[in-house]
Design a protein around this ligand. Structure first.
Ligand SMILES: C[S@@+](CC[C@H](N)C(=O)[O-])C[C@H]1O[C@@H](n2cnc3c(N)ncnc32)[C@H](O)[C@@H]1O
Length: 360
């Protein structure tokens, strides 16, 4: 089987390895003037203390919120875009894989993602992203349904609520079909594949279009001792896959994109119009005659006011390839007592769909 694990390179934040024409910011300097320059297009380097970078971002937020007063969805999107653009002009220096300022957090990704460069500049927001990802990676994500602590790799989707895993678990516990071959599309941080393994599937072909997901799950399978149970591949949907499966599992993105999708985590949340038609067409070619497709979905799009239709219902209604074998739903609970979900998400439900090919 074709797997391309050795040839893929990790996606990491962009860095600058040359000298930069920039203003060096120290605490006693005029922060307002510095931020004004940054908005006008100049690079700024946060020097001396990590908190200097935080101060600048705070001031930038304040200044832009005076300018972007339109509270409509569009107005707020313009504000976010302006913040994103200007904040990435704030740089911080990395030397010997560490942030070269005082009182900085230890960000292990600087070592793991940049073993080949010893000195460079990286944008402050990118460092914040790496820092938060590193905390999750270090601490691990405890998944009680699996009795596993996952270490989500940088730039990879991982769930923070587990209702869909409980639904999948319920399905797997009752599943009494053959367990010879299973394909998981969109492996993410590996959670569903590990759940399949714990339920007796030991020949899993797992794939993702996000390189970091594939690299991360490869690490995890070694750490958890699942190496010989999963074959990993980087690619779009069933690209490189020559397996015919008893089960095809996909927890796809749940919201239809209105923007052009970026590679990486964006594609874990949002889908392009053609994703589902392409998935179903290819799935039909990779399913054994008695095989099943298991899809995890949600009414999230409807709950947050998007007017999109459910692409699984569309497939069942329009194409005559599959019939509905099972449809389970479960209410989504708030992730903890402290983080109450906003009201408009209180009717959120996760769904598990099982589709079987129609007999000819
Ligand atoms: C919602 S996440 C699910 C991840 C994981 N299976 C889970 O349940 O936590 C969707 C995953 O599908 C991947 N994905 C999106 N479009 C894809 C495509 N065309 N081909 C392969 N994977 C894709 C994303 O990169 C992401 O990892």
């Amino acid at each position: 089987m074709n797997t391309n694990l050795d040839s893929i390179k990790v996606d990491r934040p962009e860095i600058i390895t040359t000298d930069v024409d920039a203003i060096s910011f120290y605490r006693k300097m005029d922060i307002k003037a510095t931020v004004k320059d940054m908005i006008a297009g100049r690079y700024v380097i946060a020097e001396e203390f990590y908190s200097n970078g935080l101060l600048i971002l705070g001031e930038l937020k304040k200044r832009l919120s005076f300018k972007y007063t339109d509270k409509s969805f569009r107005g707020q999107r313009e504000y976010r875009n302006a913040f994103r653009k200007a904040s990435h002009r704030l740089l911080i220096k990395v030397k010997d894989n560490k942030l070269a300022v005082k009182k900085a957090p230890k960000v292990g990704w600087l070592e793991l993602l940049y073993p080949d460069v010893s000195e460079f500049y990286v944008s402050f927001p990118d460092v914040q992203g790496m820092n938060s990802s590193w905390q999750w990676y270090e601490k691990g994500l405890e998944v009680k349904t699996l009795d596993i602590t996952l270490k989500p790799y940088f730039g990879t989707y991982f769930p923070t609520r587990f209702d869909h895993l409980k639904l999948f678990d319920r399905y797997l516990k009752k599943y009494d079909g053959p367990k010879d071959n299973v394909i998981e599309i969109g492996v993410g941080s590996g959670i569903l594949s590990f759940q399949l393994i714990q339920n007796g599937f030991d020949n899993i072909y797992a794939t993702d279009s996000n390189k970091n997901a594939v690299i991360g799950v490869n690490e995890e399978t070694k750490r958890l001792g699942y190496e010989d149970k999963i074959t990993l591949n980087h690619g779009d949907l069933f690209e490189n896959c020559d397996v015919n499966a008893d089960l095809i599992v996909f927890n796809p993105p749940w919201i239809k994109a209105k923007h052009k999708l970026e590679e990486g985590i964006d594609k874990a949340m949002y889908y392009e119009e053609e994703l589902f038609p392409r998935f179903f067409e290819q799935a039909a070619q990779h399913l054994k005659p008695d095989g099943k497709i298991v899809l995890i979905f949600s009414n999230l799009a409807q709950v947050v006011g998007e007017d999109s239709t459910n692409p699984i219902i569309e497939e069942l209604r329009n194409n005559g390839r599959f019939r509905k074998d099972l449809h389970l739903t479960r209410e989504v609970r708030a992730s903890s007592r402290r983080t109450k979900r906003e009201d408009n998400r209180k009717n959120e439900k996760v769904e598990l769909w099982v589709l079987a090919p129609k007999k000819k």
